[in-house]
Structure formats: C-alpha cells, structure tokens
Design a protein around this ligand. Sequence first.
Ligand code: ADP
Length: 165
Amino acid sequence: MRIAVCPGSFDPITLGHLDIIRRAAKLFDQVIVLVSINAAKNSCSFTREERLHLIEKAIVGMENVRVDSTDGLLADYLRDAHACAIVKGLRAVSDFEYEFQMSLANKRLNPDAETIFFTAAAENMYLSSSIVKQIASFGGDISEFVPGCILEEIKERLCQKRPGE
Ligand code: ADP
C-alpha cells in the first residue's frame, strides 16, 4: 500500500490544491491531505476545524483520499502513517527555494521521506489561498478559484468580520 501525504495550511483549500490532490490520488493507493502548522505563516483566517471541514467537502467522491491534521513534525507524521511520500505543488520559481529546503530538512529527519513535486497547472500558477482571501475581502468573484461545493461557505465566512478586525 503506497500512501502519500499532501501537507499544507489549506487556509482555505483552493482549486490549485485540489488539482494536486487529484493527481496524487492517481499515483498512490491512498492520499492523506494533512492540515499542518506552517511556522513561517503568522496566523490563519480559518480555524483548523473549518479547514478540515472544507477539505472534507471538497474531496467527496475521491475514494482513496482522506483528511487529517497534525501539530507535529511532518517527518514524524509520515513515519506514524506509514507514508512513503510527501506530494507538493510547485507554482513559480518563488516556491522552489522554500520547498527545496523543506524537502532536504524532511529527508534529514526521516530518510525514508521522499518529496515529489508536481508542477502547478497553468491556470493555477498564480492561485494561492491568500489571493482568494484578498479578492473575497473586496467582494470580488472567487468562483474560479475554489471548489463550487464550498464557494458559498468560504464567501460567507470571509465576509464575517471578527471583533477588532
Ligand atoms: P499556500 O501556499 O497557497 O498558502 P499551502 O501552504 O496550503 O498553500 O500549500 C500547500 C501545498 O499546496 C504546497 O505544496 C503548495 O505549493 C501547493 N499549492 C498551493 N497552491 C497551489 C496551486 N495554485 N497550484 C499547485 N499547487 C499549489
């Protein structure tokens, strides 16, 4: 059984993420979409539960894909889950340096951890969770960027202002 992990913040999941997950699901027996903490990012707009819920909805019908979250090291998660690969998406050159460093660090921590990079689809090259949030915050149309089944939920949630915002 070949298990791959697709880690990320997924704040929220976009069509760019979903494309990578779908492609990974074709290559591996099982794919775990892992909501993980990125120490380089300050704070998330969606709670962990919200992010997990949105991913659950987005992957409906993808039989060999499931969702999980971790507070720990990805290298340890892979070992515990008996996963053999980390699957990541590469957009522009700007992703490369960070991802290369992460992949080397993970390999040091867990020599069995192979990182596989998929090139982003041309239409998703400039798509990120933060772009989605920026557009939505100005009332822009994000329907081309997030899965249709969670569009309304994301829009409603991003319109809600929290006290102090
Ligand atoms: P972001 O960089 O948008 O905040 P994440 O930290 O959740 O997203 O990223 C998780 C993984 O998904 C990373 O490997 C990232 O490169 C990949 N990814 C994010 N957006 C896209 C996209 N538009 N196309 C392909 N891969 C993507």
